[in-house]
Design a protein around this ligand. Sequence first.
Ligand code: NI
Length: 436
Amino acid sequence: MDLLIKNAKVLTMNESMDIIENGSITVRDDKIYYVSKEGVVPPDFSSANTIDAKGKLVMPGLINTHTHAAMSLLRNYADDMPLEKWLFEKMFPTEDKFTGEDVYWGAMLSIVEMIRTGTTTFADMYFFMEEVARAVEETGIRANLSRGLQCFDEQFDAETDKRLNEAKELFNNWNGKADGRIRVYLGPHSIYTCVPDYLREAANLAKELGTGIHIHLLETQKEAKDSIRNFGCTGVEHCLKLGVFDVPVIAAHCVHLSDNDLEILVKKKVSAAHNPGSNLKLGSGIARLPEMLSKGLNVCLGTDGAASNNNLDMFEEIRLSGLISKGFHLNPTLIDANEAVRMAVSNGAKALGIQDEVGVIRAGMKADLMIVDTNRVNYIPKNNVVSALAYSSNSLDVETVIVNGKVLMEGGQLKTIDEEKVIYQVEKRVKQLSGK
Ligand code: NI
C-alpha cells in the first residue's frame, strides 16, 4: 500500500548530509518512491495512508551492528564483574539452560526495545538462531544473523561439528528470506573461544557460502595479551593468517589495536563495530576511535547484548562515542555530531553490506525510516538537528518506525508485536530459569 509522510524535516543522510525542510516522502511497497522538497506528491500516488510529520524529523532508521538479542533475558542479572568471570561463570552456564522458546521471547523483547528506540536493522550473534530468525520474520525488522560458533577441541571434526552444521543450516534456511530482510553471516565468537583451525574452518565456510563473518575482536587487554602469548602475534594478525579477513567482516569492539592492526583492518576493509556502552561497563577500555576513523576504517556502532550494556538504545551509543573521545583525549573537536550519527546509520549499512539498500533517504532505497518528535522541549530551539540527535535527543522521542515499507510503530503504538504478551512470557521464563 502507498504511504505518504508529509510536512517533515528530512535528514537524508546522503554524502553531504542534506536536510530538506517541509519535505514529503512517498513510499510504495518496500521502497522510497519519491522524495520532494516542496510537499509535491506524484500524481499517480494514492495518499489515503498519510502521516503528518509537521515539525518532526524523518531520517533513516538506526543500525545496531553488534548485539545478542536474547541476552535481554539476562539483563541486570550479573553486573559489575570482569568480562571473563562474567562470561564463563555467569553468562555461559545460564545460557546453557535456555531453550529455543526462551531465545525466541528474549529476541522478541529486544526487538520491541529496538523498534521503540529507532533501530531498524540489527546484527545478532547467538544460538537457537532459527528462533531469532522467526522473531525477525514475524515482527518486520531487518537483521543480519549469525549462529555463534565456538570450539575448544583441537581434534574437532568439521563434518560433524554441531555448531558449524547449524550455521550452514541457518544460512540455507534463512539467507535472503523474510522479503529479503534477513542476511546470514557466520559467527565465530572470538579468538579465545575458537581454536585456530576451527576459526580457519569458519572462514573457509564463509568463503564457500559467499557470505561474511561477525566476530568479537580485541575486546579486552587480557585477550590482546593472551593472543601474543598463545599465538605469537596480535589478534588481528592471527585472524589475517587464518583467512578471516578474506570475506566481509564485522569485528566487534576492536578496543586494543596496535598501529599495525589498524593498518591491516583498513587494508582488508574490515568494519569495526564500536560498542562504547559495553566497553565502559565491562571495563574493557576505550577504543582508538579518532584514529580508527581518520585512518579510513569503517566504524559503526553497536550496543552489545543487554546483559552487558544494559539496554539496546543506539541514541546512547551515538552520544557516548563522541563524548568518550572528547573527554579521553581532552579535545572537544574529536568525533563531531555528523560523524557520530553517520556511524549509527551509513557506516552500519556499509558494515552489513546493505549500503545500496538502506541508510539514505532517496528514491529507490528500501523504506527503513524513523520519525522523531522534535517538537519536544529537548529539541528547542531548533538550531541544528544533527547536534540535537547527538547531544540532546532521547530515544523515547522516536514515535514512528518503518521497515521495508511497513509501519512497525506509529505514534508509539507497536503494529506487529503484542508487547504485553512479550513481557509476560519473558517474566515467566526468567522465573522458571532461575528456579523461582
Ligand atoms: Ni558481544
